[in-house]
Design a protein. Structure first.
Length: 333
């Protein structure tokens, strides 16, 4: 990161923004206090925080600034970052104990909770429905969602776009069983898409932006009017219960970087481009569709998640019905 960007960030983060940021932090802090025992780092000393991240988003932005690492290092806590290709794989890492904290879209925590993962929702970003879409090759004859009937569609199973496909098919009057779904992680899905082995790909940013820019892929339909496409922050319940103050620090730093990021999109693009190894022009497309503003989960967001979980249960995509509230932080709004 350049000195100019670093200086601009420092000024924007810590000057003239205290009043607005404090409201978010107070709500988050209340959630931490309400959900976990009131322990301090001194009383229950953490030495490490293992974070899982993906190739985009606020958590990746935070990693790029180094702000969290610096703040926790001052308290004797080392931050270790591990990249995952998608949310389901990240939450599997959380479930088996290889990470303590991470971020995913809407569907992965539902699949993980249904599989018995001991996780907690600790916050979410505002809706970003245009950040995911069903795309087709530039020369495809498919023109509307109704044309998907009988077609091969590739996606990452259990990812946020899984629910998008369900809603797209529902809107088009197509039964879930009337399309051929192929499950592949993003890199393999892109390869299949480029080969012409599939008719459509359901994908999220920045992979979506990269396919548009590099392959000339065409958006058949995106999430607007169909899904919210929240990003959620999740923690392993045992870690969060033992080290609540560490979780609080992460949320505070996410709130700060969100406050800055929403007003400095060019700098956000610069930092994320360096972090994910994509051309700034691609990242800029994705950044324009992103949203900023981490908050505790509201009753409305919880109900939305419960609705998604119920749909997946009805389709037999998860093995049992779950109660989202069982895995939600107790927050005071």
């Amino acid at each position: 990161m350049s000195k100019a960007v670093s200086k601009a960030m420092s000024q924007a983060l810590f000057q003239n923004q205290k009043r607005r940021t404090l409201g978010v932090l107070a709500a988050i802090a209340a959630g931490v206090a309400g959900g976990f025992p009131a322990l301090s780092l001194a009383q229950n000393k953490a030495t490490t925080l293992r974070i899982g991240y993906q190739k985009y988003g606020t958590l990746t932005l935070l990693k790029g600034t180094g702000a969290l690492d610096k703040r926790l290092a001052a308290q004797g806590v080392e931050v270790k970052w591990t990249e995952f290709p998608a949310g389901p794989q990240l939450l599997e890492g959380l479930n088996v104990g290889s990470i303590d904290f991470g971020t995913t879209g809407e569907a992965p925590p539902i699949f993980a909770q249904a599989a018995g993962a001991d996780l907690l929702y600790v916050g979410n970003e505002p809706p970003a429905p245009s950040g995911e879409a069903v795309i087709v090759p530039k020369n495809s004859t498919l023109k509307t969602a109704a044309d998907l009937r009988g077609k091969k569609i590739v996606l990452n199973k259990g990812s946020n776009v899984h629910y998008l496909l369900v809603k797209v098919l529902e809107k088009a009057g197509i039964a879930y069983k009337d399309v051929e779904i192929i499950y592949l992680p993003p890199a393999d899905a892109r390869a299949a898409f480029e080969r012409g082995s599939v008719d459509a790909w359901v994908i999220w940013d920045p992979f979506l932006a990269a396919a548009e820019k590099q392959l000339g892929a065409r958006i058949l339909i995106d999430g607007k009017g169909l899904v919210s496409n929240h990003q959620f922050y999740l923690a392993a319940r045992p870690y969060a219960q033992k080290y609540p103050e560490v979780v609080k620090v992460v949320l505070e730093e996410l709130a700060r970087i969100d406050e800055w990021g929403g007003k400095n999109l060019k700098e956000v693009t610069s930092i994320l481009s360096a972090q994910v190894g994509l051309d700034p022009a691609i990242v800029d497309i994705a950044t324009q569709r992103a949203t900023f503003g981490v908050k505790p989960l509201t009753e409305h967001v919880i109900r939305e998640q419960q609705s998604i979980a119920d749909v997946f249960a009805d389709l037999k995509l998860i093995p049992k019905r779950i109660n989202i509230k069982d895995a939600v932080f107790s927050v005071k709004l």
